[in-house]
Design a binder for this molecule. Structure first.
Ligand code: PXP
Length: 240
């Protein structure tokens, strides 16, 4: 049976990073989300960080009012959960967040944060949101995510993105294939992201049972040279 088309999630955080460099109104992540959608993004993704370094609460509210699916990354933190519940996106992804980190540094430690995560997942699901957990592509994490009640797992692709040789890349692809198959068998939807770009995305888009890829930095960086519409449609072509 033919697999459904893989979804492309475009993360617009770094449009807001540029705006926040001057704390001005341009470039507007909401306008960017609209262009990204017209160019082939299925999901608009953003990360509401505790330090509000890029996306602001007002951005989140506006992004969630746009037509189409909005996917929000957040830390397991009561204040963040309250802000996201107020905005009502389509889905969320719980991620670890370390103060001062440049970007998300790996998947959640599901053993360590069990009780709190379980409560947060239940709360988000009760509000009708689809809940994803950002995890390493490892069997124990997939199992733990299922036991915690997640609907979706997003596999961290940073080890794959950091692999510099063909054998190292192959090893990471096989790791992702195995974890994705395991998630599928357990009834979890599989997503992947972090560090994906125009050079490395194609093999991940071909992983069987992979449902969506979330990509931010490389698309926004390329848009500086070719414009956002072209940057998103080039990525769309590589993912399809
Ligand atoms: N998925 C998650 C959970 C993330 O935290 C990020 C970074 O915001 C991404 C995907 C996108 O990563 P990148 O910006 O490297 O494409």
């Amino acid at each position: 049976m033919k697999e459904p088309r893989i979804k492309l999630g475009v993360n617009v955080d770094h449009v807001a990073t540029l705006r926040q460099a001057r704390k001005d109104i341009d470039p507007d992540p909401i306008a960017a989300a609209q262009v990204a959608r017209q160019a082939g993004a299925d999901l608009i993704v953003c990360h509401l960080r505790r330090d509000r370094r890029h996306i602001q609460d007002a951005d989140l509210l506006k992004l969630c009012r746009l037509k189409g699916e909005t996917h929000v990354e957040l830390a397991d933190d009561d204040k963040m959960v309250a802000a996201v519940l107020k905005a009502r996106p389509t889905s969320v992804c719980l991620v670890p967040e370390r103060p001062g980190e440049v970007s998300t540094e790996g998947g959640l430690d599901l053993a360590k944060n069990n009780k709190s995560l379980e409560r947060t997942i239940a709360k988000l699901k009760k509000s009708g949101l689809e809940v994803s957990l950002f995890i390493a592509p490892e069997a124990p994490s997939v199992r733990a995510a299922r036991n915690l009640g997640a609907d979706v797992v997003e596999f961290d692709t940073s080890d794959y993105a950091a692999a510099r040789t063909k054998p190292a890349q192959k090893e990471q692809i096989e790791r992702l294939e195995l974890a994705t198959y395991m998630a599928w068998e357990m009834g979890l939807t599989a997503h992947a992201g972090h560090g994906l770009d125009y050079h490395n995305v194609a093999p991940i888009a071909r992983v069987p049972h992979m449902s969506a890829l979330n990509i931010g930095y490389s698309i926004i960086a390329r848009s500086v040279f070719v414009g956002l519409r072209s940057a998103v449609s080039e990525m769309r072509r590589l993912v399809d």
